[in-house]
Write a protein that binds this ligand. Structure first.
Ligand code: APR
Length: 242
């Protein structure tokens, strides 16, 4: 297990965008749907199969850590079987014409594997584990399971490096600052149900806004592309180039 820093390296030297060329994307589970990963609130989604209160809260962890570990171990193992889809890859392509900041609610590593340069995870990352005694102790574990008895260097149990309901979202202020500066703000595959992440679309007050989603939940103040992520992002690229 390799120790990793709590913040992505690019935040030390943040990119300088050309005027009008700062494109900030907020992605949700929908962008990974075409890669085969379940969303949360669609029919058949994760929150239909599991109770948030049994697998995604600090109380759940206290009550039944094995069940919580099983839930995230299954999702982490599935990551090894899936690939980024065309939408992830197009966000990398857009870096040719824009400074693209990817702010994601997703805990998968598909944006990393698609090659995006500037990624900020609001809700943590499946491929990392964290000490339960010292939250600055974060370890890269790839797609391996976390087991009861796996300990950090201070001897305390490791947990998923994921933000549970009721926990702080430490990356939000950084995400908010980028949204406020965005020239273009794109939401891809989020039901915009969970705050503070959903509030970013309202922070992007200067931006031209797009929403790519087959079942859009927001229509005013955004240009809606009612399509799945891969097809919708192709249309976005065409709109930006026109
Ligand atoms: N392409 C694009 N969007 C899609 C696709 C697709 N192929 N399939 C579904 N969607 C859309 C749905 O219409 C929905 O609006 O993706 C969205 C998924 O919404 P949620 O399941 O609520 O996922 P998300 O918005 O990412 O949830 C936010 O809630 O459970 C917590 O922490 C978890 O990060 C998650 C947060």
């Amino acid at each position: 297990m390799r120790r990793v820093p709590p913040w992505p390296a690019w935040l030390q030297q943040p990119p300088k965008a050309e005027p009008g060329r700062l494109l900030v994307v907020l992605t949700g589970a929908g962008i990974s749907a075409e890669s085969g990963l379940s969303t949360f609130r669609d029919s058949g989604g994760l929150w239909e199969k599991y109770s948030i209160y049994e697998v995604a809260t600090p109380e759940a962890w206290q009550r039944n850590p094995q069940l919580v570990l099983d839930f995230y171990n299954a999702r982490r193992a599935q990551l090894a079987e899936v690939q980024p889809n065309h939408a992830h890859l197009l966000l990398k392509e857009l870096e040719k014409d824009y400074t693209v900041i990817v702010i994601t609610q997703n805990v998968d590593d598909l944006h990393e594997r698609a090659g995006s340069t500037y990624i900020l995870h609001l809700h943590g990352e499946l491929i990392k584990a964290r000490s339960t005694a010292d939250e600055s102790l974060i370890y890269e574990i790839g797609y391996a399971p976390i087991r009861l008895g796996d300990k950090c260097e201070k001897g305390s149990q490791l947990r998923p490096h994921v933000v549970w309901f009721g926990e702080e979202v430490p990356a939000y202020p950084i995400a908010e600052a980028w949204a406020r500066r965005a020239d273009i703000f794109v939401v891809i595959g989020s039901s915009l149900q969970v705050y503070p992440a959903a509030g970013l679309v309202y922070e992007a007050e200067h931006a031209r806004k797009f929403l790519i989603d087959p079942r859009p939940t927001l229509t005013h103040g955004v240009e809606v592309i009612a399509a799945p992520a891969s097809e919708g992002t192709v249309r976005l690229v065409e709109l930006l180039r026109s």
